[in-house]
Write a new protein. Structure first.
Length: 171
């Protein structure tokens, strides 16, 4: 099924664990270090460097773009490292998480409470995902280099709904 971001609540709630999708639209990258900074901002009552309402976060650190491409390799990182941060980000308005591997019970509960979805990306397919990026723009934290926050314009990311908004999981 082809999906284009942003997704309505109706579409998010219609997705079921195990559904295969091709996702296109704006996705933000953020890994551990960026998430720690997000938590610090939220704790101080400050705004995130992007609008979290309806946003999708891809747990990835894109490599620099080679000549003629928008992005280098951009594969998913292990999502379990974001378990500490994910419930807070979901409650801040994020509606989609993308990464590799299973997330914990607290994150699954937050997905259900917030009507959000976690998508599993294909590990080892970083070059493929990088080639599916049409535009990449730095958003925040350039000192983190590849772990900085980037806005990606994705075109056909192949994903599987791993944890849906109803508490179901492929794991």
């Amino acid at each position: 099924m082809k999906l284009t971001l942003p997704l309505s609540d109706e579409v998010l709630l219609s997705l079921k664990a195990g559904d295969c999708v091709e996702l296109s639209g704006t996705v933000y990258t953020a890994r551990d270090c960026a998430h720690r900074r997000f938590m610090e901002l939220l704790e101080r009552g400050e705004k995130l460097p992007f609008d979290p309402k309806g946003a999708f976060i891809y747990f990835a650190g894109p490599c620099p773009a080679p000549a003629g491409k928008a992005c280098g390799s951009c594969g998913p990182t292990t999502s379990a490292r974001m378990n500490t941060f994910a419930p807070t980000m979901l409650r801040a308005g994020v509606k989609g998480l993308i990464g590799k591997g299973e997330m914990d019970a607290a994150t699954r509960k937050a997905l259900e409470e917030c009507g959000a979805v976690y998508f599993a990306a294909i590990g080892g397919a970083g070059a493929f995902y990088g080639n599916a990026v049409r535009k990449m723009e730095l958003v925040a934290y350039p000192d983190l280099m590849s772990e900085a926050v980037y806005r990606l314009e994705a075109d056909g990311f192949p994903l599987v709904v791993a944890h849906d908004a109803h508490g179901n999981t492929i794991y």
